[in-house]
Each structure stands twice: as structure tokens, then as C-alpha cells.
Design a protein. Structure first.
Length: 336
């Protein structure tokens, strides 16, 4: 993904495999004797399973419930396969066997189930329960993506961006990112904004960069908030607006972003985007300084030394000069 050395998709897939695979873990012990009544139809199998699971007429027996769901699932019933995954999600009755789970996931995927197609793509992408195969991963992601799965659309975009299982193609990456982004998928919006920023597969367009980052920033993403602040500060993609810049920096700063905290300190010191306020400047410099920001530590030392934005305190000033010095600031060493 653009602007990020480590692909978001890889991190997301690692999570999704562990989080969503159990949701479709149709893990069956094919070696276990099946002493189920072969005369019972699919609907009866499902109802019997529900009776075992919901304690209707008998004590709950999740192992037996699982056997009845297997009976229905063996007749290629999608609903039963999906119900079976719920039992394994809760780890009731049997241990998960991801290899055998994959066989059942593929059955459901071949019937057009969008969730199963996406999970099967995850399995081939990560080599979880199957041999890793990016080409097959792309195949199943594409099936889910063409049915509208924003997760699959995003991962496909990342595969085209990085050239995994396909020839690298920034244009196609952008197309898949945009499909997911238009459904509100935050990581796709962030990726698309980055592509417009870097002129990758699309013409550089700071207005579109701002458009997509604003969507992400409104979802609370700190990085997007800082970038938006910078864009308004520099006048990229919009007219220069220090008030809007301060607005976005403040959102990121309140979430603990050290850069935004330092920039806010500077803006209040200079009176950019707000009235000059040395008390607020000192407040934000101190937030950044407490996180180890060297320049903020030095500036804070100067403010305490001269009583700017608050009371004068030589002892505290020396402490900040010393911290700045220890972080490599020569001026801090001279002041200590």
C-alpha cells in the first residue's frame, strides 16, 4: 500500500485469518464413525441440530449437534454449512481442524457464498490450512469482490499494488481500492488518498487526496488527521487555512500524536489558526516534551526560564534543558 512500507493488507489478513476463519471453520472429523440415520432429510437434520443446541426437549449436547449439522452439510446445504461454522466458532463439540475446515469452506464458496469466498482467499493468501498460493487467493478474492465485498476489494487492490499473484498494476490497484473506498472502507480510502498524493496509477490530485483523507480522518484515524492538518497548513488541495489546520492537528494531538502536539504548540505560540496564546503553547509543548520530543523540551526550558505562558521556574527550566541535552540537543546542554 502506498506511503506505508508494511502492507496494511498483510496485517489485516493476518487478523482476518484468525478472526474470520473460525467463523467459517467447517472442521469435520471424516474418520469419525457416522452413526446417523440416513433416512432423515436435510430439514430434519437442521431441526434436530437446533434442538440439541437450544435445549429443546433434551439437554444440550454440542457434539451431537455437530453430528447432525454434518449430516445436513454433507447434503451440500449452504445454511447448514454456515450454521456449522457457528458451532466451531464457539469451539463446541469438536476441535478446529483448519485443513478440513478449508474443504468445507470451499464447498460453500463454490455455491457463491461471499463470506466463504473471502475466507478461502485468506487461507490461500496466508497458507493457513492450504498451501500458500497467491494466484488462487486472487481468484477467490475476485469472486467475493465482484459480489461487492469491500474486504476482498481492498485486498485485491493491495495485491495489484504489490504484484502478489498478479503483475503489478497501479491502475487496477486504484480501481479496486476505489470500489472498497466508495463503500466506506477506511484502509482503502487511506490507500487511495496516498495514490493520488504519489501519482501512482492515477494523476496527482491534491483535492482528491484531501477528499479521501478527510473521510478517514473523520473516522478518527490519527495519521490522516495529521496529514490533513499539514495540507490545510500548506494550502494543498484547498486554500491555505490555519484554522482548519489547527482543527485537525488538535484532533490528532488529543489522541496523543506527538508531532501534532508540537505543531499545535508552535501554532499557538505564533498565533496561527487561533489567537496567540502562550499558555496553550506551553501546554502543548509540554505534552510533546513529555513524550520525548527534543525540540519541545528545549523550547519548554526557555519558556520556564523566562516565565512565558506561566510562572518562571529556573529549576524546571534546567530539567527540560537537561532532557533536551540527553536527547542530543547541543543548545540544551549549553543552557543546562
Amino acid at each position: 500500500m502506498p506511503l506505508f512500507k508494511n502492507s496494511f493488507a498483510k496485517q489485516i489478513i493476518a487478523f482476518l485469518v484468525t478472526a474470520t476463519l473460525p467463523l467459517l471453520s467447517l472442521a469435520i472429523d471424516f474418520n469419525q464413525p457416522q452413526s446417523l440415520d440416513s433416512q432423515v432429510n436435510v430439514d430434519s437434520n437442521i431441526n434436530l441440530k437446533n434442538m440439541y443446541e437450544k435445549d429443546k426437549g433434551e439437554e444440550i449436547d454440542f457434539t451431537k449437534a455437530g453430528q447432525w449439522d454434518k449430516k445436513a452439510a454433507s447434503q451440500v446445504n449452504v445454511d447448514s454449512n454456515i450454521n456449522l461454522k457457528n458451532m466451531y466458532e464457539k469451539d463446541k463439540g469438536e476441535e478446529i481442524d483448519f485443513t478440513k475446515a478449508g474443504q468445507w469452506v470451499e464447498k460453500v464458496a463454490n455455491q457463491g457464498n461471499i463470506d466463504a469466498q473471502f475466507v478461502l482467499g485468506n487461507m490461500y493468501y496466508s497458507g493457513h490450512g492450504v498451501e500458500q498460493d497467491f494466484t488462487k487467493a486472487r481468484h477467490w478474492y475476485e469472486k467475493a469482490a465482484n459480489q461487492g465485498s469491500p474486504d476482498a476489494q481492498f485486498v485485491l487492490g493491495d495485491m495489484y499494488y504489490s504484484g502478489q499473484g498478479v503483475e503489478q498494476d497501479f491502475t487496477k490497484a486504484g480501481q479496486w481500492y476505489e470500489k472498497a473506498a466508495n463503500q466506506g472502507y477506511m484502509f482503502a480510502q487511506l490507500a487511495l488518498g496516498s495514490m493520488y498524493y504519489l501519482n501512482e496509477g492515477v494523476e496527482q490530485d491534491f483535492t482528491k487526496v484531501r477528499h479521501w483523507y478527510e473521510k478517514v480522518a473523520n473516522q478518527g484515524n490519527i495519521d490522516a488527521q495529521v496529514i490533513l492538518g499539514s495540507m490545510y497548513e500548506k494550502g494543498q488541495g484547498a486554500e491555505q487555512d490555519f484554522t482548519k489546520a489547527r482543527h485537525w492537528y488538535e484532533k490528532a494531538a488529543n489522541q496523543g500524536n506527538i508531532d501534532a502536539q508540537f505543531i499545535l504548540g508552535s501554532m499557538y505560540e505564533k498565533g496561527q489558526g487561533a489567537e496567540q496564546d502562550f499558555t496553550k503553547a506551553r501546554h502543548w509543548y509540554e505534552k510533546a516534551a513529555n513524550q520525548g520530543y527534543m525540540i519541545a523540551q528545549f523550547i519548554l526550558g526557555v519558556m520556564y526560564q523566562n516565565g512565558i505562558g506561566g510562572k518562571k521556574d529556573i529549576t524546571t527550566a534546567k530539567e527540560w534543558f537537561w532532557k533536551s541535552c540527553m536527547n542530543g540537543n547541543i543548545d540544551g546542554c549549553d543552557k543546562y
